[in-house]
Design a binder for this molecule. Structure first.
Ligand SMILES: NC(=O)c1ccc[n+]([C@@H]2O[C@H](COP(=O)([O-])OP(=O)(O)OC[C@H]3O[C@@H](n4cnc5c(N)ncnc54)[C@H](O)[C@@H]3O)[C@@H](O)[C@H]2O)c1
Ligand SMILES: N[C@@H](CCO)C(=O)O
Ligand code: NA
Length: 432
């Protein structure tokens, strides 16, 4: 074992940081054996040192900037958000300190400048915990699949919304009470609207698309819809079709007829059949499918949120960065050489489920069908149920550009014969 110590600065000691601290202090010998040198916690930046009587007081500081500037080898950032963290991590990387972070908000907007700073100094930048918590997913994309051609990455990447949707589906539980419970369990972001409105999942989709397609994709490139608009009617409509509702991140390599390639990245609620493997992913669990030319279909499943699971991914990165310090060498650099354009959502092929209450009289179905024909949207299935003077129509379309599907829904909503558009949602997967 090397005598040289690997000195670690920890920024933030909340849900994830406290678990990382516990392992660093309690498992120091084990970590040293794995790294090949002692891993020393040089300091912990917290907002209020007096609020942390449980931590070794000599390690605490409220000056994260000074800790980053001090004589450390690796900075582990578990504060979250963009500023002031971005400045601290750029400083760390420029000074040659390796960075380990769980901060998807920052990476999905600023990974290019962080990667460039890391390249200039030869430091490592690791962020496995930023997507799908404990699940090893970024390392497989960056390393194991580096020789393959990935065509699709699709999955459940937000534990908070999955927890809420699972509860709504299973028990009809209310939205607010379920969100409170997700926060209490440590799944939700400091501002849970980041989860509920899909920002967190969109950040993760940007990171996944960037790695899968060797292209810089930022969160603002990702089409984003959250779950705040999901109603009991949507859940009931899904149930009638033997489907359930999940918030999915979908990243695809799209090849046009002329062979040119682009990237589509989106986050939105989706109805999937109950027989679909993602339908059985409940609570704060995440699951991500990866499709690649040679590997075929791969599935990654596990705990996507929570202090201990996320700390597992952080510590794995910390060991990797520490090993590089001891043995020399670097982890994988940013790979963005493909630089594919991002396809706008309107041009992305999707399929819709539309549930309507319509007047129960002759010619209604023809008017509704005409709206689909006008926008060149082909219908895959129609189901009608009568209720007194109203009929309920459930329509599932074939794949069409999302803009055409939206225009169809708008037009249907304006028809006199349509009493109510009960539920509109995209669908994935075939009914068995
Ligand atoms: N909780 C999870 O399940 C989870 C999972 C994956 C990734 N993440 C990410 O991990 C990071 C941390 O998440 P968390 O859940 O532990 O958040 P948290 O809010 O529990 O912890 C963040 C801590 O940082 C502290 N902090 C804020 N400003 C500070 C400053 N200037 N100096 C020092 N400390 C400061 C806060 O007081 C808080 O204790 C975020 O980027 C989050 O997105 C969290
Ligand atoms: N708030 C995030 C934490 C994990 O990144 C979630 O609910 O999935
Ligand atoms: Na992960």
């Amino acid at each position: 074992m090397s005598d040289e110590r690997v000195r670690v600065a920890l920024l933030g000691c909340g849900t994830v940081g406290s678990e990382v601290t516990r392992v660093l202090l309690d498992e120091a010998d084990e970590l040293a054996a794995r790294v090949g040198a002692p891993v020393e916690l040089a300091g912990i930046a917290v907002r209020r040192p007096d609020k942390h009587p449980e931590l070794p007081q000599e390690l605490l500081t409220n000056d994260a900037g000074a800790l980053v500037e001090s004589d450390v080898d690796i900075v582990v950032e578990l504060i979250g958000g963009i500023e002031p963290v971005r400045g601290w991590l750029l400083t760390a990387l420029r000074k040659g300190r390796s960075v380990v972070t769980a901060n998807k908000a920052l990476l999905s907007e600023h990974s290019a400048e962080l990667a460039e700073a890391a390249d200039l100094s030869g430091a490592d930048l690791y962020y496995e915990a930023s997507v799908a918590g404990a699940i090893p997913l970024l390392r497989p994309l960056r390393e194991s699949l580096a020789g393959d051609r990935i065509t699709r990455v699709m999955g459940i990447v937000n534990g908070t919304t999955n927890y809420i949707l699972s509860a709504m589906d299973a028990t009809g539980a209310g939205y607010a009470e379920t969100l409170d419970e997700a926060s209490r369990l440590g799944y939700a972001e400091a501002d849970p609207t980041a989860d509920v409105d899909g920002y967190d999942a969109a950040s993760k989709a940007a990171i996944l698309a960037s790695l899968a397609f060797h292209t810089r994709v930022t969160a603002s490139d990702v089409h984003r819809e959250g779950i705040a608009g999901i109603t009991a009617s949507d859940i009931a409509a899904a149930r009638l079709l033997n489907r359930t509702v999940k918030l999915l991140a979908i990243c695809e390599r799209v090849t046009a007829d002329d062979g040119t390639e682009s990237v589509s990245a989106r986050v939105h609620p989706v109805m999937i059949p109950r027989s679909h493997q993602l339908a059985g992913v409940n609570g704060a669990f995440n699951a991500v499918y990866v499709e690649a030319d040679a590997a075929g279909e791969l599935m990654f499943y596990g705990q996507g949120a929570g202090g201990a699971p996320t700390a597992s991914a952080v510590l794995g990165d910390l060991v990797a960065a520490a090993r590089n310090r001891v043995a020399g060498g670097r982890g994988p650099r940013e790979s963005a050489h493909a630089a594919l354009p991002v396809r706008p959502m309107g041009q992305t092929p999707t399929r819709y489920h539309i549930s309507l209450d319509v007047a129960d009289r002759a010619g209604v179905l023809a008017q509704v069908a005409q709206a689909f024909a006008t926008h060149d949207v082909s219908i895959a299935a129609v189901r009608q149920r009568d209720r007194n003077s109203t009929a309920s129509l459930v329509i599932v379309t074939h794949s069409a550009p999302d803009a055409a599907l939206r225009a169809t829904v708008d037009e249907i909503g304006k028809l006199d014969v349509v009493r109510e558009v009960v539920s509109v949602m995209r669908v994935e997967g075939e009914d068995s």
